[in-house]
Design a protein around this ligand. Structure first.
Ligand code: AHN
Ligand code: ZN
Length: 336
């Protein structure tokens, strides 16, 4: 080889050699476009490409099990699928099971699914979402549907679909930090509008994990919660509690979205505070954690008119929105 390469170049016409040289210079300019130093080798962080088709299939697969309401066969089967898939992608997976009490004192068998990459690395980032679906379509226009469970395509499955695709990318291209992906159970069994008892009952799985972490004294540098991140044309505002407890993380993520070209999804405006799994994470583990959650000021719920209705089905899942969120989060974790 050592002999053949110079011979090959020697035998090339000057014109061809010139063209190849130009092509190589062009490539390095592109690599160093920001620093404008084409001749120097600058270490370039390679951010994997988030594949929205893959995220979509992960979402559709969860929805195809049926509503993932705790204590149902669909919930059990989907939980096993999610844990198995994360293992197949190369994560170390802990299935944390617990019996929890709902707002109306029903006992439910819940399972938090905890997937870790680079376990020995002390520098860690926590990514999370809830995987259960709500037992009540209590926001549905038709009162006959209020006691029916929802598909939770956007509210549940979509965010888990984004995290599974992120896990697939991490499994293929290891980042230089440790990552924990937690899929919380029993987020969405909060008291319905037709049965107020004064105990709200949201976020039971994350509350349990935050009080009984899978690793003694578990901590992470910061956390990112995804909730309702797949609706078409969704907009994400800077949520009030995220701004209170983790303003630097909000800044990092919104700047990443801008760099990646997704400022039309990540809006530079603040919204009200939302009770969600991230509050349990600050409260019990003191980890600064933000919530990337759809906010729609034009609807009464603030979350889109399909929210907690039978319309939260696969028609509410957009590959474009999942790409915006998934690519932004990958950019953040590969630029640590
Ligand atoms: C409340 O409605 C109090 N919090 C919203 C949490 C939630 C429900 N996220 C998805 N479903
Ligand atoms: Zn919900």
């Amino acid at each position: 080889m050592i002999i053949f390469v110079p011979l090959f170049f020697y035998s090339m016409s000057n014109k061809l050699f010139f063209l190849i040289s130009i092509a190589l210079i062009g490539f390095s300019c592109k690599q160093n476009a920001q620093t404008n130093t084409p001749s120097k080798t600058v270490e370039k962080v390679v951010v994997p490409e988030f594949n929205p088709d893959s995220a979509y299939v992960y979402t559709a697969t969860q929805v195809a099990f049926g509503s993932r309401v705790p204590n149902t066969p669909a919930h059990k089967a989907c939980g096993n699928y999610l844990a198995g898939e994360l293992r197949r992608l190369g994560a170390g997976v802990i299935e944390q099971e617990a019996t929890l009490q709902t707002y109306d004192n029903q006992s439910i068998q819940a399972k938090n699914i905890i997937a870790s990459f680079n376990r020995e690395n002390k520098n860690r980032v926590l990514l999370c979402a809830h995987w259960d679906s709500r037992p009540y379509a209590d926001n549905d226009a038709n009162p006959e549907n209020h006691r029916k469970p929802i598909d939770g395509a956007n509210d549940g499955a979509g965010a888990c679909g984004v995290l599974l695709e992120i896990a697939r990318q991490i499994g293929e291209h290891s980042p230089n930090i440790g990552i924990d992906i937690i899929l919380f159970d029993a987020e969405d069994w909060g008291e319905p509008q037709f049965d107020r008892r004064g105990r709200d009952g949201w976020c039971l799985g994350s509350e349990y994990w935050a009080q009984h972490p899978h690793v003694l004294n578990y901590t992470a540098n910061y956390g990112i919660l995804l909730d309702m991140v797949s609706a078409p044309n969704a907009q994400f505002y800077k949520e009030y509690f995220s701004m209170q407890y983790a303003p630097n993380v909000v800044k990092k993520v919104w700047e990443a979205a801008q760099v990646c070209g997704f400022s039309n999804y990540f809006i530079n405006r603040q919204s009200g505070g939302i009770e969600d799994d991230h509050l349990q994470i600050f409260k019990h583990r003191k980890i600064p954690c933000i919530d990337i959650i759809q906010y729609d000021p034009n609807t009464s719920s603030g979350f889109g008119d399909y929210w907690h209705t039978l319309n939260d089905n696969m028609d509410r899942v957009s590959k474009e929105t999942m790409k915006a969120v998934g690519q932004t989060v990958l950019y953040v974790i590969y630029n640590q």
